[in-house]
Design a protein around this ligand. Structure first.
Ligand code: ACO
Length: 427
């Protein structure tokens, strides 16, 4: 028994139990010994939506939601966003350490040589309706990659896992850019391997007639946004990747489950929802009325609130700085004024203050994406592109964790007790 323990007294039986406390947690399975009789199943913990349950031990990302701290592999997000590139951040998340110059060059080269997709990917992309939602296309297309790489099933083989990791990171921007072009009815632009990761992606989305003038300020801004999204420990989509991956399916399928989770408006879809909300509000004068409606329970202030941050989301702070640099280049997004007024009022209003509701990463990111020329329904694709290294790192960590098994929660059954089947003529 470790030094720290918890004594539990079961008032049903009068018996006492001592369970170990490790890293500030008790094991839910230690509760199973607490029974009222020999054939009792044993005590379970009940925690819908995992409000107070750690599902894994992880060495990737640290968050202190009360103090607004986010670190990747120990490095503060502010420093990573200032100094690192996106592929460098991906390397850090995946390998656990910052790469040396040589390691980074080799990693970038490896990614560069896998950017092309099978031409049949182009064919099935063409099958999507012209107005298909980009996230629907993304989750279909990434899931379909598993059919192009059946070797991805060999998840026990570290070499195979490594190859799929490179394929995912390299091909994701290509597919994301095809989706962008598909929505606009433009011909697909293929990867240019003389460009870097971000430059290539931007070129594949915006090049027209063989021409695109890259704007280094906007490209670095996009890179910072992707870095800020790269991992966020056990959020809804990462939990989906881990949960689905725990069945030992290939990583393309597991990542497409993450994309599906991210699609929802309470998660990655919030950046899209923020822009729609700003459109609905229309002008600064309407902000107080809108806030009153939210407080009265009609809708939510999208881009506000977070399950773990109960102070200002550190990513939102950094994104505000990025916004200033972007708007210097593109001119002010008129909706920014509405967003700033919403934030100003919400940060002073008792309803939001008492519930510790602050702007999250999605509150300002949509405004920046829009200024860069991305349509609203495409924002979450950019989020997914950023989150990809985190999903893969978490998937690999889960596979390498000897304590992990197929994810299979328990339930508290509250349906009818056993009853006799009623034939259809008697119902
Ligand atoms: N606007 C108004 N009220 C809110 C908001 C909001 N955005 N968020 C939470 N609340 C209120 C709830 O109504 C509740 O009030 P009550 O105690 O009077 O019932 C209280 O604050 C607690 O809210 P919960 O829903 O219990 O908080 P939870 O941790 O489950 O939800 C979530 C977190 C989903 C992010 C929520 O804050 C929300 O819906 N925000 C808007 C959507 C959004 O921006 N999502 C992006 C999250 S960041 C990301 O995924 C990248």
């Amino acid at each position: 028994m470790p030094d720290e323990t918890l004594t539990i007294r079961d008032n049903r039986t009068g018996r006492e139990y001592e369970v170990p406390i490790v890293d500030g947690t008790i094991r839910a399975s230690d509760l199973r010994q607490i029974k009222v009789s020999q054939d009792d199943f044993g005590l379970m913990s009940y925690d819908p939506a995992f409000l107070n349950t750690a599902s894994c031990r992880s060495a990737i990302t640290f968050i202190d939601g009360d103090r607004g701290i986010l670190r990747y592999r120990g490095y503060p997000i502010e420093q990573v966003a200032e100094h690192a590139g996106f592929l460098e951040t991906a390397y850090l998340l995946l390998e656990g350490e910052l790469p040396t110059r040589e390691q980074l060059a080799a990693w970038e080269e490896e990614v560069r040589t896998h950017t092309y997709v099978h031409t049949n990917v182009v064919k099935f992309m063409e099958g999507f309706r012209h107005d298909a939602h980009p996230m629907g296309m993304l989750l279909g297309a990434i899931g379909a990659l598993s059919t192009f790489y059946p070797d991805a099933k060999n998840i026990a083989d570290p070499e195979s896992r490594r190859l799929q990791r490179v394929r995912l990171i390299a091909k994701f921007p290509t597919i994301a850019a095809f989706i962008f072009r598909h929505s606009r009815g433009l011909p697909y632009v293929f990867p240019r391997n003389d460009l870097d990761y971000i430059g290539n992606f931007v070129n594949m989305t915006f090049e027209i007639g063989g021409r695109h003038e890259p704007n280094p300020v906007l490209q670095r801004a996009l890179e910072i946004l992707l870095i800020l999204h790269a991992d966020h420990e056990q959020n809804c989509s990462t939990n989906a990747v881990r949960g689905v991956g725990s069945s030992h399916v290939d990583p393309f399928s597991a990542v497409s489950a993450g994309i599906a989770a991210l699609y929802g408006p309470l998660h990655g879809g919030a950046n899209e929802a923020v822009l729609r909300m700003l459109d609905e509000i229309g002008s600064v004068e309407n902000v107080p009325r809108f806030i009153e409606q939210v407080k009265a329970g009609h809708g939510r202030l999208m881009g506000f609130g977070h399950r773990v941050y109960k102070s200002y989301d550190p990513r939102a702070k950094l994104i505000k700085q990025v916004a200033d640099r972007v708007f210097e280049q593109t001119g002010l997004n008129p909706k920014l004024e509405i967003a700033l007024e919403l934030e100003r009022i919400a940060l002073e209003d008792e309803y939001f203050v008492s519930r510790k509701l602050y702007p999250n990463v999605d509150f300002y990111s949509g405004l920046i994406y829009q200024a860069m020329g991305y349509p609203t329904d495409y924002f979450t694709v950019l989020f997914a592109l950023g989150r990809l290294p985190g999903w893969i790192a978490q998937w690999e960590e889960m596979l390498g964790d000897p304590e992990q098994k197929i994810a299979r929660p328990r339930q508290v059954y509250v349906g009818p007790a056993e009853r006799e089947f009623v034939p259809i003529e008697r119902r």
